[in-house]
Every structure is written in C-alpha cells, then in structure tokens.
Ligand binder design. Structure first.
Ligand SMILES: Nc1ncnc2c1ncn2[C@@H]1O[C@H](COP(=O)(O)OP(=O)(O)OP(=O)(O)O)[C@@H](O)[C@H]1O
Length: 251
C-alpha cells in the first residue's frame, strides 16, 4: 500500500479464523489503521487481495460491510445530533429498521447509564460518553466482525470491565475481533492471537505464549520493546526533559 510515494504496508499476510480476538499492535505509524481501513473498503489503491467472509472485497459487492462493526480511533461523531439521532442514523445505514434500531439504542444506552442523555446533543458529552456512543453504534446491527481501535479510550474502570467481558463473550459466540491498542496489558489479557506490525510488516504473529518464546520472557510491553528494538526509554526521557529545561543536552 502506498500513500503517494511512501510505502506504508509491505506484504501483510494474515489468515483470520472466526472467534479470534486479534490484538493488532505496533508503533505509531506502523500501518495498523491503514490495514483496517483497507479491510473496511475505506482506502483504495492497495496491491494484493483482501477476502472477508470468503469474498474478495474488490468484487464490488459491499454487502459484507453490513456485517462489520467499527470503532474508529478518531471519532467522527456528528456532534450536532443527539445520541438517539446518531444511533438511528448509523443503525439505518447498517440496514436495521427504524423501530428495531430505536429499541436497541434505547436499551443499550440504558446499559451504559446514558438514558438521561439519550436526547442530548453529542457535543455536550464527555469523552467517555462519546466513546460509549461509538461502541454502541458499532454493535447495534450485531456484526460478525469487529474492528476496535483503542476502544477503551476515555472509559472509566467499570465501563472498561464491561467492554472487556463483552469482547470475550462475543468471541465465544464466534465473532471475530480486531483489537488495536497501545495498552499492552489489556491486549495481553484479552487477545488469543497477537499480531505485531512494524514498518508495514508483520514481525510477530501468535499467542502471547508463542510471542514470549520469540523474545526474553516478560510482559507484552517488554516483548513489544524487544521486538521493535527499543531500549532507551530512560535516556530518551532524560533528553526530552533536558530540552524542556533549556539546559545543555548531553550526547
Ligand atoms: N491519508 C494519508 N495520507 C498519507 N499518508 C498517510 C495517510 N494515512 C496514514 N498515512 C501514513 O501511513 C503510515 C501508517 O499510518 P497508520 O495510521 O496506518 O498507522 P498506525 O499503525 O495506525 O499508527 P497509530 O498507532 O499512530 O494509530 C504513517 O506513516 C502515516 O503517516
């Protein structure tokens, strides 16, 4: 995949089974969002083949999109809409009839303790409240494949627990989840497969236990540091602070 003359993905080859929770990780700019956007049909001009539910997504049949849920990293919420208007809008986009979408939206908002603001404009919501609306909108149509990009961002500890439990139950039901995040301890716990992307290439792909065998034992965060060749966080922090303080910067 090229953006202009910049090569962003370099032969990413993945076979994904139903029911997998794939922790999709990598340094900033590695190409995670780009891969997800290609699979969602949001980016054209890639080389190679992407099959979802057994069909090539380039075939022109976009029916597969109705079976996908997406929580984007950057929330493009229509802030002037109320939560209910937004959920009805996305629900109908995904092919739900209005009554069904309305009923589900109402119940799901209640489960996330947002009944009071069902008819308030999203622009008045806190970050976590917006995130909950995004999560609800990704689930409203009961998708088979979910792409979650930093889904816990802004959520309080209780809500995080609900989402984590929900992901595990969805996978048990045979749904497939791509979970992109930089919070390594969560990825380590919820994923049954971890794919590490560096500079547009898959450098590790396996269970946490398998990844541990590829490196010195440790947490996923340690493995991430090792496999991305990053060892100098203390020096880096020191240099940053030296610059901030405006003093002499060491070698
Ligand atoms: N629309 C775009 N036009 C040009 N370059 C882009 C565009 N979107 C992404 N890129 C470039 O593609 C590369 C991969 O970006 P991508 O967003 O896929 O990374 P990522 O792994 O999701 O990173 P992060 O962890 O920061 O979200 C980066 O170098 C980025 O600058």
């Amino acid at each position: 995949m090229m953006y202009g003359t910049q090569r962003v993905l370099n032969g990413v080859n993945l076979d994904v089974e139903r029911g997998q929770i794939i922790g999709y990780i990598g340094p900033n700019g590695a190409g995670k969002s780009t891969t997800v956007k290609i699979m969602l049909g949001l980016v054209q001009g890639y080389r190679g083949q992407v099959e979802i539910f057994g069909e090539d997504i380039a075939s022109g049949d976009v029916a597969y999109k109705r079976r996908i849920g997406y929580v984007p990293e950057q929330a493009d919420l229509y802030e002037n809409l109320t939560a209910m208007e937004y959920l009805l809008f996305t629900g109908e986009l995904y092919g739900l009839d209005r009554k069904n979408a309305e009923e589900k939206a109402q119940k799901l908002m209640a489960e996330f303790e947002l009944s009071d603001v069902l008819h308030s404009r999203i622009s008045s919501f806190s970050k976590g409240m917006k995130q909950k609306v995004l999560i609800i909108s990704s689930l409203l149509h009961d998708p088979d494949l979910l792409f979650f990009d930093e889904p816990l961002s802004g959520l309080d500890a209780n809500s995080m627990m609900i989402i984590r439990e929900m992901l595990a139950q969805l996978a048990e039901q045979g749904k497939t989840i791509f979970y992109s995040s930089h919070i390594m301890d969560v990825v380590e716990k919820i994923s049954n497969r971890i794919v590490l992307l560096v500079n547009g290439e898959v450098v590790a792909d396996g269970s946490f236990e398998e990844l541990q065998k590829m490196s010195e034992k440790g947490s996923l965060s340690d493995i991430f540091n090792q496999l991305t060749g990053f060892t100098d966080h203390a020096n880096r922090a020191e240099r940053i602070l030296a610059i901030v303080e405006g003093g002499e910067v060491g070698e």
